[in-house]
Design a protein around this ligand. Structure first.
Ligand code: AMP
Length: 441
C-alpha cells in the first residue's frame, strides 16, 4: 500500500507516512489558528462565539487537505472536534458556491444526526445555513417537505434516507452533492448498512469529495485508500494517536458479584457516597433490561431516564435533553448511546452488562473522562463475564481495579430491591401485553 502525500505538502501539513500508512504530522509544522488553516474569519468568529479559540489536532491535520479538495479519512474519538473538522471546510466551500443539497452527512444513529446538525446550525449561522435531519422514528411527510426546500446540508441515517429516495423526488436533489461524509464510518461500513449505502451511492454523483471519520480506525477503512489507483486522488489519512484505547484520566474499576444480585449492587452503587449525585450512564445490552432497570430505580426513588431503540424518537430526544441539562442525573442506555454522543457532563459510566466486543466497551467508557477531565468506569462483572473482561483488559492494555464495596450494606436492602424489581418486571410485562393488543386492534 502506498499513500501519496504530495497533495498535502503545504506548510500546515508537512509530515511523513508511517508503517500503517497513516499521515504523521510534526506538531510544530501545524497551524495554530483557524485562519492559518485556511478558514475565513466569519468561521473563526463563529468558533470564538462557542469559546473555541484554537484548532484541535484532528482539525489541524484534516481541514487544509479538505479545503484543497482531497478526500479524507480521519480517526479521532468523540469530543476531539471531529465534527467541526469536516463541518468547517464544508461550510466554507458552501459559502463560496451556495446551493442545496450541497453536502450529505451519514451517521449510524439518530441522536448523532441531531448532534451533528446542532454543530452545523451554530457554525453556519453566519450564512443562514438551512440544514435538515432525516432519521427514522419521526414524521416522514414533514421531512419530505423540508427536503423539497433544498436544504444546504442533509444529515441522515441511511435507512430513512433510502425510504425518501424510494418514495420521492429527492434523489434528484442528491444528484448534485459536492460532499459525502460518513461519520462513525466503521459502523456505517458494517453489514447492517451495506444495502442502504448501495442505494445512496447510486443516487449521488461519482465526482464528489468523500470524507470518512471514525472513532475506531479499522483495517477495512484503511484499505479503502487502496481502491483509488490514481495517486493524486488517494485520500489524506490521519489518525489522532490517543484514540487506540481509553484515556489515562479514566479510572476503571470492576465489582465481581453473582449474576442474580446485580440489581441490589447497582442500587447500592448509585446510592453510595462516592457515586450518588454524579452524572451517570448505565449501559445494558438489551432494551428490556434498560426499561426494567428504569422502572425499578424510579420505584426506589432514584431519578433516572432511559435511551434505547424501543422508545419513540421524540421520547429519546426528550430523555437525552433532560440528561444533558442535568435535570436527571442517571441515564440508562443500550449501545445506541455508546457511540459518538457528546455529553460533557458524564462523570461515571456503569456497565450493568459487559459488552461482548471490547470496542463497545471503549465506546461506552469514552462517554466520560472527556476533554482532559477525570471520569470513572465501573463494570459489574459476574461469573459469566470473566473471559469478556480479560479480552477487554488485553485490548485496553490495562487491568481494572476492584471497587471496594460494603457487602453487608448491600444485603440489608435485598428485600426492598426485590420488591421494586418485581414491580418493574410486572409493569414491563403489562406494557408488552398492551402493545400486543394495540397491534392486533
Ligand atoms: P466531536 O464529537 O469530536 O465532534 O466533538 C464535539 C465537541 O468538541 C463539541 O462540544 C465542540 O464544541 C467541541 N470542539 C470542537 N472543536 C473544538 C476545539 N478546537 N477545541 C475545543 N473544543 C472543540
Amino acid at each position: 500500500m502506498s499513500l501519496s502525500n504530495d497533495e498535502v505538502n503545504s506548510s500546515e501539513s508537512e509530515g511523513f507516512i508511517n508503517e500503517n500508512n497513516l499521515q504523521i504530522i510534526s506538531e510544530n509544522s501545524l497551524a495554530k489558528t483557524f485562519e492559518e488553516l485556511g478558514l475565513k474569519s466569519w468561521l473563526a468568529d463563529a468558533l470564538k462565539a462557542m469559546s473555541i479559540n484554537s484548532p484541535s489536532e484532528i482539525q489541524k491535520a484534516c481541514i487544509p487537505p479538505i479545503l484543497k479538495g482531497k478526500d479524507c479519512i480521519g480517526g479521532a474519538k468523540t469530543g476531539s472536534g471531529k465534527t467541526a473538522a469536516f463541518a468547517l471546510p464544508i461550510l466554507q466551500k458552501l459559502s463560496e458556491d451556495p446551493f442545496g443539497v450541497f453536502a450529505l452527512i451519514l451517521t449510524p444513529t439518530r441522536e448523532l444526526a441531531f448532534q451533528i446538525a446542532d454543530q452545523f446550525r451554530v457554525l453556519g449561522n453566519g450564512i443562514n445555513l438551512k440544514e435538515c435531519v432525516v432519521v427514522g422514528g419521526l414524521d416522514m411527510m414533514s421531512q419530505a417537505i423540508q427536503l423539497s426546500r433544498k436544504p444546504h446540508v442533509v444529515i441522515a441515517t441511511p435507512g430513512r434516507l433510502v425510504d425518501h429516495i424510494n418514495s420521492s423526488a429527492i434523489a434528484s436533489f442528491l444528484g448534485r452533492i459536492r460532499f459525502l461524509v460518513l461519520d462513525e464510518a466503521d459502523r456505517l461500513l458494517s453489514d447492517t448498512f451495506v444495502e442502504d449505502l448501495a442505494v445512496i451511492f447510486d443516487s449521488i454523483p461519482k465526482k464528489r469529495q468523500t470524507l470518512l471519520f471514525t472513532a475506531t480506525m479499522t483495517e477495512n477503512i484503511l484499505h479503502l485508500q487502496d481502491t483509488q489507483e490514481d495517486p493524486n486522488k488517494k485520500p489524506f489519512v490521519y489518525q489522532v494517536k490517543s484514540d487506540i484505547s481509553t484515556v489515562s484520566s479514566l479510572s476503571q474499576y470492576y465489582v465481581l458479584i453473582p449474576s442474580h444480585i446485580r440489581e441490589p449492587y447497582l442500587t447500592h452503587l448509585l446510592r453510595s457516597e462516592k457515586l450518588s449525585n454524579k452524572s451517570t450512564i448505565i449501559f445494558c445490552g438489551r432494551c428490556r433490561t434498560a426499561e426494567i432497570l428504569r422502572v425499578m430505580l424510579v420505584e426506589l426513588d432514584i431519578r433516572c431516564t432511559s435511551l434505547h431503540s424501543t422508545m419513540s424518537q421524540q421520547e429519546r430526544l426528550n430523555s437525552l435533553g433532560k440528561f444533558k441539562a442535568e435535570v436527571v442525573k442517571v441515564l440508562i442506555a443500550t449501545d445506541v448511546g455508546s457511540r459518538g454522543l457528546d455529553i460533557p457532563v458524564v462523570q461515571v459510566v456503569i456497565n450493568f452488562d459487559i459488552p461482548r466486543d471490547p470496542t463497545d466497551y471503549i465506546h461506552r467508557v469514552g462517554r466520560t473522562a472527556r476533554a482532559g477531565r477525570g471520569g470513572t468506569a465501573l463494570s459489574i462483572v459476574t461469573e459469566r463475564d470473566i473471559e469478556l473482561v480479560r479480552n477487554i483488559e488485553t485490548r485496553i492494555n490495562k487491568k481494572m481495579e476492584e471497587w471496594e464495596i460494603n457487602e453487608n450494606r448491600v444485603l440489608e436492602s435485598l428485600n426492598e430491591i426485590a420488591t421494586a424489581k418485581r414491580v418493574a418486571t410486572m409493569v414491563n410485562f403489562y406494557h408488552f401485553i398492551f402493545l400486543k393488543c394495540l397491534i392486533r386492534c
